[in-house]
Design a protein around this ligand. Sequence first.
Ligand code: NI
Length: 170
Amino acid sequence: MALLPILRYPDPRLHKVAQPVAQVDARIRQQIADMFETMYDANGVGLAATQVDFHERLIVIDVSQERNQPIVLINPELTWTSEETQINEEGCLSVPGIYDGVERHSAVKVRALDENGTSREIEADGLLAICIQHEMDHLMGKVFVEYLSPLKRGRIKTKLLKQQKQAAQA
Ligand code: NI
């Protein structure tokens, strides 16, 4: 297994649209293992392949306190979304240190393949529902800060670029 570098906003590669996974094979299972290692190492609850510069429709999630309930979503599609929405504070491993409110469906159903290539439907609410919607946005090239006002987004971009510049000089 290997830790993968996580792309940081505003890296343009975060805006690439991911292609469907053609076959769930050893290559994909290796990518899943590396993504889980990377997500757990960064204390994240979810990671989309886009964030590690792998542009296929693949997501790993674990919203459990114990970090022992891994969920793999390959080629995910929402099959139902609740009318009810709610606003929650979100963060993102690609936008370190930034948290802000985003409106999402309170509950969703998602159909996806697992790591064995088996299709199943998952019904989710709470943090899992938020996480699924956030990660599926990544696969479409969308980062959560794009829900914020242009003014806020501009400030975030400036702050992160400054941090990245300082980190590169250190
Ligand atoms: Ni994210």
